[in-house]
Design a protein around this ligand. Structure first.
Ligand SMILES: [Cu+2]
Length: 276
């Protein structure tokens, strides 16, 4: 009995502490970051998580989920299937790509009531995937209330490249807005140098523009945060503020090394220095 109680306490603590200390991110992570003729299906996983620590939260079925290509919106909400990510409810989709183009996948979640922040959270989340060599339209808006427009092309990047984005609300630049940045630290490959390093932070300038240099290969999430002009009623019926997030995920590839140049560096057995 005591064991159950302490396990329960631990469970409650593990749920509360990370949520109050670090940032939540809407996430849309594809299994591959581009679409090529030999890999035509995009597998997407949608979640609401703490990406660096890999701590999950439940994501109810989103209010909307769609793909935008050449300003044409296609509803995908009813194609979502339940899955589990980081031990919490998440959603997945297999999307077969038939034509070249740049595909903007967008999730609009239902408001998430977060008691530890005394606020609702809505993260409008986006990932941009190019198919079959196409590369136009990557900087077009999808029309969510708040949005990050990439100024760096959001694909075909190497680790160490600097992401540049413009944050806008209903098309207008958002000056002096906080943008939280987290690396999706899959399989806890990296550890944070301090708690500050888990969620990094940058502000937009007077034109709504921010820059951030990505230091690791993998998926990077940017969440531009603001407060909605409206309030929503919490489960107790009290009116509470709503945090709006404009979230964008981009992928940084590791540098590629040619096999041949690698071979050249390896000395042939005949050239090895004699053993002493
Ligand atoms: Cu959380």
């Amino acid at each position: 009995m005591q064991q159950t109680a302490s396990a329960l306490l631990l469970l409650i603590l593990s749920c509360l502490l990370p949520c109050s200390a670090t940032a939540h991110f809407g996430m849309i992570i594809p299994a591959q970051n581009t679409v090529s003729p030999d890999n035509r299906t995009v597998s997407l996983t949608l979640s609401f998580s703490h990406p660096f620590e890999e701590i999950g939260m439940p994501l109810e079925k989103p209010a909307a989920f769609y793909v935008v290509k050449d300003d044409k919106k296609t509803d995908l909400l009813n194609s979502l299937e339940k899955t589990s990510l980081m031990d919490h409810l998440a959603w997945q989709l297999e999307y077969p790509v038939k034509r070249p183009g740049v595909y903007h996948f967008v999730m609009e979640p239902h408001p998430y009531w977060e008691p530890t922040e005394d606020s609702f959270i809505i993260h409008y989340t986006k990932v941009i995937i190019p198919a079959f060599g196409a590369d136009d339209g990557w900087d077009s808006a999808t029309g969510t209330p708040v949005e990050i427009i990439p100024l760096l092309r959001p694909f075909g990047n190497y680790t160490g490249n600097t992401f540049v984005g413009r944050v806008q609300q209903h098309g207008k630049a958002m000056a002096n807005t906080a943008v939280e940045v987290e690396f999706y630290n899959q399989q806890q490959q990296y550890s944070a140098a301090s708690d500050y390093h888990i969620t990094q932070l940058v502000h937009t300038d007077s034109n709504g523009i921010f820059t951030f240099t990505c230091t690791n290969p993998g998926w990077w999430g940017f969440a531009a945060l603001s407060t909605a002009e409206y309030l929503l009623k919490n489960p107790e019926g009290q009116e509470k503020s709503v945090e709006l997030g404009a979230v964008l995920w981009i992928f940084m590839d590791p540098p590629q090394q040619n096999r041949t140049s690698l071979m050249r560096e390896i000395p042939k057995p005949g050239n090895l220095p004699p053993r002493l």
